[in-house]
Design a protein around this ligand. Structure first.
Ligand code: UGA
Length: 438
């Protein structure tokens, strides 16, 4: 798929601590580029899977990369051994939300302490934070933990770098291999140089910054994209009242280079493990600094209300929902993933369940994960089974499979009420549906 070795690149030995989306994709891609990679985790099951070439998560193309680069990838529970045999160590552990929206740095601190301990006897090494952490974290949390555990001084005994990821789930490998830009924040020039070398074959802008700027660029990118979605959804809600198709408006403004068409797909709102969590974390950080970030708070507020517009639209058609059957097509927070974290389908299902509705669902990938959240709804084997006998159908994910649905596919429904939360259906194949903002 991608060139295995790029001219002039100096291959390195790299440890990656944490085998979630970011860690596994980063490791597989760095191995594909020719580096030797140690993927470190504390969960034996994940380590065993990776060593067999099986990804611990669903991500398109990942299995192929892991299998093809098996001789260059070693998954291990032994962090010390991995770090000792590496030139660079990436930290890619999770930074989940605390109840107040701030991020939980427990795993980051623990990883830094363990890496620090492994660095005691190492001469030259660079530690790179890739996890999403609020500005100041690498300097104030990671570096002190590394210094304390290693007994060495950052900049002299080891290098420190922050290299944020801009990987979309479902497109993560492409985003790694063909990024728009690479951001590398360093404690000093020497630290920066060693990580810039890793990306030598990439012909995209490489931005060299300090540590906290790199951390902020990641948050600013996600906050901006989330704001773009909430703004187009707000415009969409107004369009809906005026009988205007928001997608035509999006096209009209998207041609303006200052705006751009990307991320103007209006719908049931953004989900996933990143936008909601990162916007909350930046709000919490701003408040800690004594600043009230009004726009970002509204971005989340608009997004919280948006999926429920689907329920309002069904209620307009079926005022008494009690006893009715609703089919929900699509559970993943977006197509191409089995991830249901913060999926707009969750508040929609919760809301109709409260109305005494029977809920039937179908998703090509995400049903297993949704079963952990809702046990008492009907999980259907296929689309037909889900739609059969339903009084309304709500489309919440833009899966390819749904794009081909035509009139006949909905013929088994008791009432043909179709509400789209993602623009998927084709008017030529099926004229009878309503969009959340179109
Ligand atoms: C997002 C960013 O796009 C990545 O650049 C970033 O690296 C990643 O978060 C992260 O911080 O790790 P991801 O959450 O995988 O990636 O998914 P997106 O494709 O950005 O979609 C997020 C949500 O926004 C989805 O629910 C999607 O349906 C929704 N969305 C997206 C819209 O409602 N409208 C759009 O126009 C685009």
């Amino acid at each position: 798929m991608f060139k295995r070795a790029l001219n002039g690149i100096q291959f390195m030995n790299i440890s990656i601590v944490g085998t979630g989306y970011v860690g596994t994709v980063t490791g597989a891609c760095l191995a594909e580029l020719g580096n030797k990679v140690f993927l470190v985790d504390v969960i034996k099951e994940k380590v065993d899977k990776i060593n067999k070439g099986i990804p611990p998560i669903y991500e398109e193309g990942l299995e192929e990369l892991l299998k093809r680069n098996r001789e260059r990838i070693t998954a291990t529970l032994d962090l010390k051994e991995a770090v000792t045999n590496s030139d660079v160590t990436f930290i890619t552990v999770g930074t989940p939300s605390n109840p107040d929206g701030s991020i939980d740095l427990k795993c980051i601190k623990e990883s830094a302490e363990k890496i620090g301990a492994a660095l005691k006897e190492k001469e030259r090494h660079v530690v790179v934070v890739k996890s999403t952490v609020v500005p100041g974290t690498t300097e104030n949390v990671v570096v002190p933990a590394l210094e304390k555990a290693s007994g060495k001084k950052a900049g002299k005994g080891f290098g420190a770098v922050m290299n944020p990821e801009f990987l979309r789930e479902g497109k993560a490998i492409k985003d790694f291999m063909k990024p728009d830009r690479i951001v590398i924040g360093g404690l000093d020039e020497k630290s920066l140089d060693s990580v810039v070398k890793l990306y030598k074959g990439f012909s995209v802008p490489i931005l060299r910054t300090n540590l906290r700027t790199a951390e902020m660029i990641k948050y600013a990118a996600n906050a901006f994209l989330a704001a773009k979605i909430s703004l187009i959804n707000e415009i969409g809600n107004i369009c809906k009242k005026l009988g205007i198709d928001t997608y035509e408006v999006a096209e009209g403004i998207g041609h303006d280079k200052r705006i751009g068409r990307a991320f103007l797909d209006s719908g049931a709102g953004f989900g996933g493990s990143c936008f909601p969590k990162d916007v909350k974390a930046l709000i919490a950080k701003a408040k800690e600094l004594g600043y009230e970030p009004k726009i970002m708070e509204e971005v989340l507020e608009v997004n919280k209300k948006q999926p429920l517009k689907m329920v309002e639209l069904v209620k307009k058609r079926l005022p008494k929902l009690e006893g009715k059957t609703i089919a929900v097509l699509g559970l993943a927070f977006k197509a191409g993933t089995d991830d249901v974290r913060e999926s707009p389908a969750i508040p929609v299902i919760k809301s109709v369940l409260k109305e005494g509705v029977k809920v039937k669902v179908y998703d090509p990938e995400a049903m297993k994960n949704m079963k952990k959240i809702f046990q008492d709804i009907e999980y259907c084997k296929n689309l037909g089974e889900c739609l059969k006998g339903s009084d309304a159908c709500l489309i919440l994910t833009d899966w390819e499979e749904f794009k081909n649905l035509g009139d006949s596919d909905f013929s088994g429904m008791r009432n043909k009420i179709i509400i789209e939360g993602r623009k998927v259906l084709d008017k030529k194949k099926n004229g009878d549906f309503e969009g959340i903002t179109w």
